[in-house]
Design a protein around this ligand. Sequence first.
Ligand code: PMP
Length: 417
Amino acid sequence: MSVSHDFFEDAKQHIPGGVNSPVRAFRAVGQDPLFIDHAKGSHIFDVDGNEYVDYVCSWGPMILGHAYQPVIDAVKAACDNGLSYGAPTQKETLLAKLILEAVPFMDKVRLVNSGTEAVMSAIRVARGYTGKDKIIKFRGNYHGHSDGLLVTAGSGLLTESTPDSAGVPKGYTQTTLLANYNDEDSVEALFKANKGEIAAVIVEPVSANMGVVPPKEGFLEFLRKITKDNEALLIFDEVITGFRLAFGGASEYFGIQPDMITFGKIVGGGMPLAAYVGKKDIMDVVAPLGAVYQAGTLSGNPIAVTAGIESLKALKADKDIYNRIDKYAAKLEEAYKNKGITVNRVGSLLSPFFTEGTVESYADVLKCDTEKFAQYFRGMVAEGIYVAPSQFEAMFISDAHTKEDLEKTLSAIDKVL
Ligand code: PMP
């Protein structure tokens, strides 16, 4: 049928579901995944020779476009010096300084390998620092696949949390309390019922893992205040929003200073690299200074760090990038709206939702017609537009997207919808 199909059949014999991360299997959209051959700028090419305008952008990292030359050149040069040492390099400090320039109210950075690891570690630090065990997370927010965070379901505000994944013992999630995004009362109730026991509230400042759902006016300010009042830490999970909404991410965009931030995706320029950041007194509880253990053979890997440095340098040097990608996203937003589709957008993150009315909560998101989404997805792919194969993901715009890409996408939206 197609080379992608043949490769997928072969992959399924050797890799669970044929993929190394579930959404890639395209199960929600009823077609075989595209196997990728290469990508350049805003375009991605599959193994059958088809070319697509790419709005997945590796799920966020490729804000400068694929194979961005300064990053590629620096990475190639770094490879000649060896791939990993398991010893410190000065480049790690350079990247740490670049990250801290983005969030100048923070003091220290620890580099890790994935967003999952960054969040898992930040929560351990929050618990170690506060001496408390419980955390609050929001239904529909995703923070990676570590045991204690794989909880989104749960009926009723104060009922027991249940793991979303088999293989997660109940005990691991019992300290994860669930609140509703954009619902202050649900957070207040948890603080009241668990007085003095909450180490941290973790939130995606813009929810982007249930489709894009922006924070309601005042919601993040409310989280800042209630955490402070209760001596709990506020952790912004900026794995998606970091270096995307602005160079300083959501904390700059909304003017709010959390106690800790997790970064991933863009910070590694497409390489496996992530980070967690905090004030000095918080970060100094991390080993070897303090009692919270966190380590990694490949942490601060010189090649990944090089890609991160070159990416952040490019973003820092040309902050007008954010105006350009936001404007591009606004044009897409308008096109969906003109077709009567509900759409949420914050900066260069957006999602069309196949549902009636506004989408402001996890409950709203669940009302979406995923079959209609699947039809839309298949239509867009047939028109050469690669969007995420799920209703519950964001569209990512890069600085490499061109006027021609936009025209092509607008006419695909017009045709498909
Ligand atoms: N936090 C957020 C907000 C994310 O979007 C993701 C991944 N999409 C993660 C954490 C986990 O990151 P990773 O996939 O790199 O482990």
